[in-house]
Design a protein around this ligand. Structure first.
Ligand code: MN
Length: 436
């Protein structure tokens, strides 16, 4: 059972199953829906409210011992259009500002009356991408996903010989990353059935989701300068949920020899709140690899980093079909896995590997982890795996079946962290509905 260590004067933050208690405080960007000329603001989620940091930074705050010159300087960063200026700061600054926010929002805060006007109900705002995302790469870090999918394409050699030595990834497309709630249009593309002589173009018939986590980069590295494993934590800002929508029929025809392209880049949905490294700290645990497997090369090894290199995060996928919506049945849970069980590579190894050739990462860059499938068959993070390549349809409770996504289907990703003696924190939702 979780216990609250701190209470907030924002009452909704103290409710048992709230995703955003005072221990979480994730960052996001939004505009107020009812404003005539809405401009984007940066905020922090607390309970069912958003604390508008942009408005707070603009306000004339009465002097208080809580508002030191350092805090004032950090607060000024939220006057800008994007969260990136804040993300780029050191983890020391992030800790300092987090401590300020916790003091502000705790019961008996001396700033309560000054903050109160800058709270807005979450259902009165439209969430945007949390920061400016200039670059996006996607990895393939679950060995369970890689093995199951590999077996479909190469039954005699499911796992490629490089898999246990090098984190596999590709460069994705940042322009089509959209916040939760954005409708997803079924892509058309070139495909070739095994019985066909020539390829043809049609709307995808094997449209799938991928349950992933998104890793946001905080401070960047200069081009030509690698990031040592021991420094990788300094570059990790936080996590969100990521749905890497995938058209399997387009993918099957286009992916060789250069990898994913149009099967992936038509849309990727992210949850709008970035749960920070500081909020995740109580849920960090040792990152281990079975002893019989090759141990990571030196540049990907650092005992101190890996001792806290994994996070215990429960991940879930839910489906609501058009028919379920009409029958008011509510979404059905398709699967559940755990972030630390799914990851064959620590997210810190992904960061270090990405920069190991001197590639420069920038504040706000997004790294997808790859589909987060667990070791069991029912822990698979895509329909491709759950339906065994479309051969075994899923039976839904209302009598419908699914191999791949139909128009009107809504996929909802959820995640939360639980640990005895700590308040539970959640990620909010990452949801998208397929349209024709
Ligand atoms: Mn992916």
């Amino acid at each position: 059972m979780s216990t609250k260590t701190r209470g907030s004067w924002v009452q909704s933050a103290n409710e048992e199953l709230c995703d955003f208690p005072i221990e979480n405080l994730p960052f996001g960007s939004f505009f107020k829906r009812h404003e005539i000329n809405p401009s984007p603001c940066i905020g922090v989620a607390i309970g069912n409210q958003v604390l508008n940091l942009t408005a707070l930074a603009m306000a004339q705050l009465q002097s208080s011992p809580l508002i030191t010159p350092q805090i004032e300087e950090l607060l000024n960063l939220f006057k800008g259009q994007h969260l990136n200026a804040y993300m780029a700061r050191s983890s020391k600054d992030h800790q300092l500002f987090r401590f300020f926010l916790i003091q502000c929002l705790s019961v008996n805060s001396p700033l309560q009356s000054q903050l109160n006007p800058h709270l807005i109900a979450q259902d009165e705002v439209t969430m945007l991408r949390p920061c400016s995302i200039q670059d996006y790469s996607d990895f393939y870090a679950s060995i369970h996903h890689a093995t199951t999918v590999g077996a479909m394409f190469r039954p005699d050699q499911p796992l490629m010989p490089n898999y246990k030595w090098i984190p596999i990834g590709y460069h994705g497309r940042a322009s089509s990353i959209v916040p939760s709630g954005t409708p997803i249009r079924r892509p058309s593309g070139q495909t070739k059935g095994s019985g066909n002589q020539a390829p043809f173009v049609q709307p995808s018939r094997r449209l799938d989701y991928e349950l992933e986590m998104g890793v946001f980069i905080g401070a960047g590295n200069a081009m030509g300068q690698a990031i040592a494993m021991a420094d990788s934590k300094e570059h990790f800002f936080g996590l969100c949920l990521l749905n890497d929508w995938s058209a399997r029929d387009i993918q099957g025809w286009e992916y060789q020899p250069l990898g994913p392209f149009l099967a992936k880049n038509f849309a990727s949905t992210i949850s709008p709140w970035i749960v920070t490294r500081e909020a995740l700290e109580p849920f960090a645990r040792e990152f281990t690899r079975v002893e019989s497997d090759p141990q990571p090369l030196d540049y990907l090894s650092d005992a101190t980093t890996l001792a806290q290199g994994a996070y215990d995060i429960r991940l879930q996928t839910w489906l609501e079909t058009q028919q379920m919506r009409e029958q008011q049945l509510g979404p059905v849970k398709l699967m559940e896995s755990n972030f630390h069980e799914a990851m064959y590579w620590s997210l810190f190894q992904l960061i270090t590997h990405h920069a190991s050739n001197g590639c420069n990462l920038n504040p706000g860059d997004l790294l997808g982890t790859g589909t987060m499938s667990g070791p069991q068959k029912d822990q698979a993070g895509s329909l491709l795996e759950l339906s065994e390549g479309g051969k075994t349809p899923l039976q839904l409770p209302n009598g419908e079946t699914r191999t791949f996504l139909e128009n009107g289907d809504t996929i909802i990703l959820k995640a939360f962290c639980e640990r005895d003696g700590y308040p539970r924190i959640g990620f909010g939702q990452c949801s998208g509905t397929i349209t024709a």
